[in-house]
Design a protein around this ligand. Structure first.
Ligand code: SF4
Length: 402
């Protein structure tokens, strides 16, 4: 057996998650110099950009973008700030954005306003002539950071020694290119919250057991939907030898869940749902499947970000929604659907601290750099990793969307 006792190392991005939490509701950007007061790691920027007001930044981004024309494509994840999303040529969740990245082969520069693993995925799926840029290199994802490469490779080696046949690795899109490549090398697949059920079914047609990285909650909620009881799921703790499990527990399980979580979606609670129902008896509660099992079970519906948007947009005027997902999206839905009552289940305004690091000053800096012929913050995945990660991603893209 290969495992050794590890020193627990909580990702810095997880520790920093509450840095932007506040009780007032405004999500408006401030000059970057003021936002730097939040206790998170930021990528340093030239001084000229630090004091610019959001309006000034907006004007400069618009000018740079007009100069670049079709050379530039901006992708914006739904959890981005309004000051960023208004510049997105395409907005979407990680699934839709990965599809856009795969289809658009013309734009020379793809500026990905999202987090690091998304930019890696875009680099893997775009053509060799395209450059993918992440405006702020400190925009990671605390969940992806919970599955470091070395720990994942150790786990795979240990599990393969116990389960000799029929173990299929499945990774959530929210993981590094290395983890996706691990799946591609071992006949596994990538999934998103839009198609996790289909990906699990795909895996069970090929094997008997799934190792799911890195979100235990999406893995558990998906398995429950497929009728797998919790007794047949185990959680792999990467800090313990053999994940803290016995060989029998591994052999008797159907799904092995990596011990990772989203620091944003695990904030939602059953208490918040009960309070929303007391306040609004007609409320429909919709949550993301990265929420814990009890919250998903207490909600009326759960689904991906795109699912949540569709449910809200398709509802008749006067509908009331209590939503359990990232606050920038909830607040945008409320603005764009003024005939409905839409609110976040969490009364504390807590944006995703890594998505939030794409401040407009960074977008202005990379766009103006491109106008001047300088490519900053390019994300490149090495060819071997990209090859195997692409296999697992293409497998996902060939699934029917759920
Ligand atoms: S919302 Fe959660 S999973 Fe998504 S980028 Fe933020 S930390 Fe990662």
């Amino acid at each position: 057996m290969i495992t050794v006792e590890r020193q627990p190392k909580v990702p810095i991005t997880d520790i920093e998650q509450s840095a932007f939490c506040r009780t007032d509701e405004s999500l408006e950007a401030k000059p970057l110099i003021e936002e730097f007061k939040a206790k998170v790691e930021w990528q340093p920027l030239p001084k000229d950009y630090m004091g610019l007001k959001p309006d000034e930044l907006s004007d400069r981004i618009a000018v740079a973008r007009a100069k670049l024309g079709d050379q530039l494509m901006i992708l914006g994840h739904h959890y981005q700030r309004d000051e960023i999303i208004k510049f997105a040529d395409y907005r979407g969740d990680s699934y839709l954005l990965s599809q856009y990245a795969a289809k658009q082969k013309e734009a020379e520069y793809v500026v990905f306003c999202g987090v690091h693993f998304m930019a890696e995925t875009a680099d893997i799926l775009t053509g060799p002539n395209q450059k993918v840029i992440l405006p702020n290199m400190k925009a990671g994802c605390s969940m992806a950071d919970m599955a470091p490469t070395e720990d994942a490779l150790d786990a795979w080696a240990d599990l393969s020694a116990v389960v000799l046949d029929g173990l299929i690795p499945v990774t959530y899109m929210n993981s590094t290119a290395d983890i996706k490549a691990l799946c591609g090398r071992n006949e596994g697949i990538v999934c998103t919250s839009s198609n996790a059920t289909e990906a699990f079914q795909w895996a069970f047609r090929r094997g008997e057991k799934i190792l799911f990285f890195p979100d235990q909650h999406l893995g558990r909620n998906t398995s429950l939907k497929l009728g797998i009881p919790v007794e047949e799921m185990v959680v792999w703790n990467p800090f313990k030898p053999l994940g803290g499990l016995t060989e029998d527990e591994i052999r008797n399980s159907k799904v092995i869940l990596w011990q990772g979580h989203c620091s944003v979606h695990t904030r939602f609670t059953v208490k918040q749902i009960n309070e929303a129902r007391e306040k609004f008896p007609d409320v429909q509660v919709v949550v993301h499947p990265e929420c814990v099992q009890e919250v998903v079970e207490a909600a009326d519906m759960d689904g991906s970000t795109e699912f949540i948007i569709k449910v809200v947009e398709d509802a008749p005027a006067g509908s009331v929604f209590g939503i359990g997902t990232e606050i920038n999206l909830v607040s945008r839905l409320a603005k764009e659907n003024p005939d409905k009552t839409i609110f976040s289940l969490d009364p504390v305004v807590c944006p995703c601290a890594t998505m939030y690091r794409i401040h407009p000053a960074y977008l202005a800096w990379v766009a103006e750099g491109l106008v001047a012929g300088k490519v900053a913050n390019q994300i490149t995945v090495n060819e071997d990793t990209a090859h195997y990660a692409r296999l697992a991603l293409e497998q996902m893209l060939s699934l029917k969307r759920g």
